[in-house]
Design a protein around this ligand. Sequence first.
Ligand code: NAI
Length: 434
Amino acid sequence: MQINKVCCFGAGYVGGPTMAVMASKCPKQTFVVYDINEQQIEKWNNKQYPVYEKNLDEYINQTLNTNLIFTCDIDIALKDCDIAFLAVNTPSKKYGLGAESSLDISYIDSCLQQIKKYPLTKRLILVEKSTVPIKTCDYINAVLRDKNICVLSNPEFLAEGTAIQDLLNPDRVIIGGAIESAQQLASLYEQWVPKEKIIFTNIYSAELSKIVANSFLAQRVSSINSISIICDKIGADVNEISQCVGSDSRIGNKFLKTSVGFGGSCLKKDLLCLIYLCESLQLDEVAQYWRQVYLLNEFQKQRFYNLIITSMFNTLRNKIIVILGVAFKANTNDTRESASLMIIQKLQEEQAILRIYDPQGKIDKLEQCQSLDGIFKGASAIVILTEWEEFTKIDYAQAYEEMAKPSYCFDGRNLLQGEVMKSLGFLYYGLGRI
Ligand code: NAI
C-alpha cells in the first residue's frame, strides 16, 4: 500500500510539531491535523502557535497549506486516509477507580467513536502516538472490530523545549504491531531517520516502553534530589556529586541535575500509570519501589517551600516575593504539573504579595508581570523556579540595591553562583549545596 495521506487527532504539544516535521520531511504525503478545539486550530492556522518551541515556525512556514493542513473537519481528516495518528491528551484519571493514578483514555475513546461513525473507504493504519495504558491496543481493536483497521503503537519521545531537534534526530523510533503495517509506517520515518534507529517490537512492549522510559527519567530526578537532601545535612555539594557520578559512562550525565522536583504533563502521570499497573497486577513490592520515586518528588517540593517560609522567620505576610519562572522547565510555555503551582499556592497561603514572571509560561487566572522591569523594587525575596537562561543574565547587584533588607534568594534550580550571590549581600539558598 502506498501511503498518500496521513492524519493526526490532536493539535497539541505532540500533534502540531510532529506533523510539521513529518510534513517537511515527507513532501509527497499530505498531513492533516484534526482537533475538536476550534481555537486551537485557528491559532495554528494564524501562526499564533499554542505551543512555544524553538524553530517550530520554520517547519510550519515550509509546509502550512502545502502538505500540512490544520482543521476541525473530520471529513477532511479521514477521507481517503492511510494512516491516522492518535495524539490526544491522556491525563491522569480524575475520578472513580484508579483516580489520580490510572491514565484517562476518554479522549482516545472519543476519537474511536468518531472513526467508528466514519465510512472508511480503505484500510486504515491507526497509530497510538499518545502515551496509553498497556493493552489499549486491545481496547481499540474491540471498539473498532467492524472496521478495516490495523492498530500500531508508536510512542512519542520528544521533550518539550527541544521538540523540533528531537523529532529531527530521534534516539530511536519504536513501532509495535503487525510487521507489514509497521513497515508502512516506518517508510515515512525512513525519509529522514536512519533505518537502524527504527525498532520494531510487539505492540505491548511498545506501549510499555514509553511508560518505562518516563518512569526511569523520573527516577533519576528523584535519585539526585534524594542526594541533595543528604548534601544539605553534611555540607557536600550536589552539583559536584552530579559531575563526579555522571562522568561514569555507565551512569551518564543527563537528568542528574537537582531541582525543586520534576513537573510537566508526562513524568508524573506516566510514573503513576506504572504504579497503577503494578498494583493491578498485585505486584506490591514493585509498586512501592516506584511509588517512592513519586513521593520523593512531592517531598522535594515541600522541602523547598518550607525552606522559604522558615528562612524568612515564618512571616511572609505582605512581603513582596518575586517568582522567576512558572513553566515546568526552560524553553517551553507549558506549566502543567509545574512545581511552581504548588509553591505559588503555598506562598499565597502565607499571604505574601507575589510578582510572577516567566518569558513564555502563563498560569490561568494568575496575574503575571510582562517583563522584569521594576520587579525587584521593595521585594524581600527572589524565588527561582525555572532554569531560563534569561534569569542568569539579571543584574543581581542592581536587584539587591532595589530590594528590601534582608534580601533573600531561593534558587530552586541551582541556577546561580551561590558564592557570588552571597558576596552581593543576598541570603542565598540553593539545593544540596552550602
Ligand atoms: P495536548 O493537551 O497539548 O494536546 C491534545 C489535543 O488533543 C488538544 O488540543 C485537544 O483539544 C485534542 N483532542 C482531545 N480530544 C480530541 C478528539 N476526540 N479529536 C481530536 N482532538 C482531540 O497534549 P500533548 O501534550 O500533545 O500530549 C498528547 C499525548 O502525547 C499524551 O498522551 C502525552 O502523554 C503524550 N506525550 C506528550 C509529550 C509532551 O511533551 N507533551 C511527549 C511525548 C508524549
